[in-house]
Write a new protein. Structure first.
Ligand SMILES: Cc1ncc(COP(=O)(O)O)c(C=O)c1O
Length: 440
């Protein structure tokens, strides 16, 4: 595979852009010498500047349930862009999307739109503090809620010795430039560890404004919650007067129409969405009961934004929801079927490969491969101790050469879109078999 045009672009890019890319996870830290520069997407395919074709399983980190350039999205956005890009005024389309969301999501009585998952998380945290008058927030190890200071602790894999005792995890800030004060009120707890959570809530629960969790640990690959764990977290948070905040930035409109709240029978106080909601456009949503959401009214708890409720993003969201929900949510069933088929095929290939012990974990349309001697990876601590991330990166680079696009970062995951086909699954399975043969 020739990637000389990408290499040339990268040489230009590093002269004028930090790491040659717009976000660290797209650059050489993840992709090796230089990343492929992508030019075009269609369905489940991506094409780079050298003309190479890839089956895309990264899908803009999950932002594309309909795949690239879906004809309906192209039609609607083409029509609407001719009517203007952004007004920063009240819009008919925002009412329509909010109505769709409140009809679909049992916990959601009111909606507020933002642009990114990070912003939505910031607003949720401020809202919970405003409503409860409490300062502390409880988050889980290995969970990422965006790059906001208060939650940018214990989001990266670390050496196991650095993690501390599970009843008192060492808090590790993941960036320079964070003041200690910015995360002083953040309590960190191991996930999927009910005893540790109960202890932490005994100690801090009465001062906690919220407990925030991902529904699936999706920023350490794919780690599903243990049966009943999230319901217990919800119950204990409520009993202490803290809001139960489910961050569905990854899982919303992805693992099921109603996200993890539907999949695991939860009724969170507040939920944020992003990624899949905008079908590639930047839009996030904050949803909750009237009582909770009205905390934002008249700026009691302030949330502003020039680009909130961007009209093109909301037309994309409306179109995505209509397409995915039609025929009794057939789009979401297709996403899950394809994801499970792909994960099942990978599982069989890995089971027949003795040279590289590995396992695949999945939740409906999300899956990730772990090179590990363990049968399953159940926690952040497992991930830090038992997963060979370097081998995964080398493996994914071999897949790239075979026209399969996944993120080389083992902390991310692969995803299906409705445009994937059984043939894509066959081609991907063949490439995975070949790559495992070549892997050292
Ligand atoms: C669970 C979760 N929350 C929040 C975010 C932040 O979203 P954004 O990148 O749109 O700011 C992410 C991004 O990966 C995420 O995975």
């Amino acid at each position: 595979m020739r990637t000389t045009e990408s290499e040339k672009l990268y040489r230009r890019a590093v002269e004028v852009m930090v790491e040659g890319v717009g976000s660290a996870s797209r650059g050489p830290a993840t992709f090796g010498d230089y990343p492929q520069y992508m030019r075009r997407g269609e369905g489940a395919r991506l094409y780079d500047v050298d003309g190479n074709e890839y089956i895309d399983w990264m899908l803009a980190f999950g932002a594309l349930p309909l795949g690239h350039a879906h004809p309906k999205i192209v039609e609607v956005i083409g029509r609407e862009i001719a009517n203007g890009t952004h007004f920063a005024t009240a819009l008919e389309v925002e009412v329509e999307v909010a109505e769709l969301l409140t009809k679909l999501l049992p916990h959601a009585e009111k909606v507020r739109f933002a642009n990114t998952g990070t912003e939505a998380a910031m607003a949720c945290i401020r809202l919970a503090r405003g409503l409860t008058g409490r300062r502390k927030i409880v988050k889980f190890e290995g969970h990422y809620h965006g790059w906001y200071d208060a939650v940018l602790v214990n989001t990266n894999p670390q050496l196991p010795a650095a993690l501390g005792h599970r009843f008192d995890p060492v808090r590790i800030a993941d960036s320079s430039g964070l003041t200690v004060e910015s995360w002083r009120d953040t309590v960190v707890v191991p996930w999927n560890d009910l005893e540790a959570f109960e202890r932490a809530m005994d100690a801090h629960g009465r001062d906690a404004a919220l407990v925030v969790t991902e529904g699936v640990m999706a920023n350490m690959g794919v780690i599903p919650p243990k049966p009943g764990f999230l319901k217990k977290v919800q119950e204990i948070a409520r009993a202490q007067g803290a809001l139960f905040y489910l961050d569905e930035t990854v899982t919303g409109f992805r693992v099921a129409a109603g996200g993890c709240a539907e999949l695991y029978g939860l009724k969170p106080d507040i939920v944020s969405y992003g990624k899949a909601l905008g079908q590639g456009f930047p839009v996030a949503a904050i949803t909750g009961s009237k009582a909770v959401m009205e905390g934002f009214e008249w700026g009691k708890v302030l949330h502003y934004g020039t680009h909130n409720s961007g009209r093109l993003a909301l037309y994309a969201a409306k179109t995505m929801l209509e397409e995915m929900l039609k025929d009794d949510k057939a789009g979401f069933r297709r996403l899950a079927d394809l994801g499970q088929k792909m994960a099942g095929r990978i599982g069989k290939i890995l089971a027949g490969n003795n040279r590289h012990p590995a396992t695949v974990q999945s939740v409906t349309s999300m899956f990730q491969i772990f090179f590990t001697e363990k049968e399953s990876i159940d926690s952040y601590r497992d991930f830090c101790s038992h997963v060979d991330r370097r081998k995964f990166r080398d493996f994914v680079r071999l897949l790239h050469r075979r026209g399969i696009f996944m993120s080389p970062s083992n902390t991310l995951h692969s995803l299906s879109c409705v445009a994937h086909t059984d043939r894509d699954i066959d081609l991907t399975a063949d490439a995975i078999g070949d790559a495992l043969e070549e892997l050292r």
